[in-house]
Design a protein around this ligand. Structure first.
Ligand code: FAD
Length: 430
């Protein structure tokens, strides 16, 4: 039997760190757990953090024959990767920020496009039961937006199967006439991010990776050509460290990295399985739906016939599950008056932390920091982690395995570019 989960505190909600058991993505039968590191071991690469980025990195390194050890504070999927809204977004919202990148981001865009189906591909390849569905995405708007028209034309020119849709088509997709305009992306869809993350880790173990749970990293110390990465009861000695801790405070062993983050706490919720009166009406095409331009209350209906949605809580209000759920239900009844007073109940409410690389939402792209010689940090996946986490984890694995810095798809941010003070002081402040 699972041990009882402590009730989250207000600070847990505000920090996006309620126990992962609060997340609606956890299955009834929990996936494998990984024991803590005891003693000193060696490896080629040590990965810190088993979210979408760290898990993909671990999996791809192991598949490439690299001896990899991964250390996770709790268990895989404990961070944002076990808490997100489940959208698999196969396009990029804004390409303008890439204008400042080498070759204006063309290489990155090509890489993203080429690997846009990575979630579905990895699930298929490794037999991951992540409730993934390539059911498409609809960006729904109440009126015409020229920016959506431009975006659609641009991604069509990249070969995407995407169209502007108007009222009657929107009704067929979403089951409502309230949205008169939108974009229908026929790729992308949904995934259970917790199961997907754990599935990647299980596949990595099969490929030879060593995973340690309940092993928060406390320090990274340089020892000749290697780094000693220490936990409470053990350490890993490796020439290469990759930090994949996202917005979590866990990176205090390189404290300056925390300053690369614009943390944003989001809340998410899952309904109980919906009654037929709702299921027959809401989102009949079962697309992943997002509202343009606000992005609030995106919606997927998962394999258990539940709605999963998310929003941004008010500062100081993140624990108010009833408030955000009642806003959502009000929105749903307004958008689908046909459902009348059909019962829609809350099954789970949780919060999580996204870490953006910019305070300007649309300028937000992931970053690869060169923290010190032999230490990289793959961070700031923002709200695009389901696709970009696996993609970039794979890319970093390939570049490390081939020892070719030019293969990193993200611009290489030297530590002097990421933070003003010394990144390489590795002991937490006391
Ligand atoms: C509510 C919400 C909704 C979202 N919706 C979507 C969506 O629909 N689609 C989408 O693509 N993205 C979405 N995102 C964003 C997405 O979840 C993130 O971009 C992604 O999960 C980040 O993955 P990561 O591996 O970088 O970080 P994380 O998943 O946060 O993983 C970091 C890991 O590092 C571990 N760690 C931290 N410190 C240490 C330490 N000292 N030692 C060892 N381990 C440590 C943590 O425990 C954690 O497991 C959403 C996020 C939230 C919060």
């Amino acid at each position: 039997m699972n041990p009882p989960v402590p009730a989250p505190t207000e600070a847990d909600y505000e920090g996006g760190v309620v126990p992962i058991q609060c997340s609606g993505w956890l299955p009834e039968t929990p996936p494998a757990t990984y024991r803590a590191l005891h003693g000193d071991v060696e490896a080629d690469v040590v990965v810190i953090g088993a979210g979408l980025a760290g898990s993909s990195l671990t999996l791809h390194l192991a598949e490439l024959g690299v001896d990899v050890v991964t250390l996770e504070t709790k268990q895989p999927g404990n961070g944002a990767s076990g808490r997100n809204a489940g959208h698999v977004q196969t396009y990029l919202d804004a390409l303008e920020p890439l204008q400042d990148w080498p070759d204006k981001g063309r290489r990155f865009i090509d890489f993203f496009i080429q690997n846009r189906n990575i979630v579905f591909d990895l699930c298929r390849k490794h037999g991951i039961d992540g409730d993934a569905a390539k059911s498409g995405i609809v960006e729904a708007a109440y009126r015409k937006h020229t920016s959506l028209e431009r975006k659609t034309a641009q991604w069509k020119s990249f070969g995407y199967d995407v169209d502007i849709v108007t009222t009657s088509d929107m009704k067929a997709l979403l089951g409502t006439e309230k949205y008169q305009y939108g974009v229908h992306w026929r790729e992308g869809g949904r995934v259970n991010p917790y199961l997907f993350t754990n599935g990647m880790i299980a596949a990595a173990v099969r490929a030879g990776a060593r995973i340690y749970g309940d092993s928060p990293v406390l320090a990274c110390d340089k020892q000749r050509q290697c780094w000693r990465v220490s936990t409470a009861k053990g350490s890993v000695l490796a020439p290469q460290v990759v930090i994949c801790t996202n917005g979590h405070a866990g990176n205090s062993f390189f404290p300056a990295l925390a300053r690369t983050q614009y943390p944003l706490v989001a809340c998410a919720m899952a309904t109980r399985p919906l009654p037929p009166a709702v299921l027959d009406v809401v989102n009949p095409a079962r697309v992943a739906m997002t509202q343009f331009p606000t992005g609030l209350y995106p919606l997927v209906i998962d394999g258990r016939n539940r709605i999963i949605t998310a929003t941004i809580p008010h500062p100081g209000g993140a624990q108010c599950a009833d408030t955000y759920f009642s806003y959502f239900v009000r929105y749903l009844r307004r958008t689908y008056p046909q459902i009348r007073d059909a019962r829609i109940e809350l099954e789970a409410y949780w919060t999580g932390m996204t870490a953006n690389s910019s305070s300007v939402y649309h300028a937000d792209y992931p970053k690869l920091y060169h923290v010190a010689d032999g230490v990289l940090a793959l961070m700031n996946l923002g709200t695009w982690g389901n696709v970009m986490g696996p993609q970039l984890g794979m890319n970093v694995a390939q570049a490390l395995a081939s020892d070719r810095q030019q293969d990193f798809i993200l611009p290489w941010k030297h530590r002097s570019q990421c933070v003003s003070s010394d990144c390489s002081s590795s002991r937490p402040a006391t």
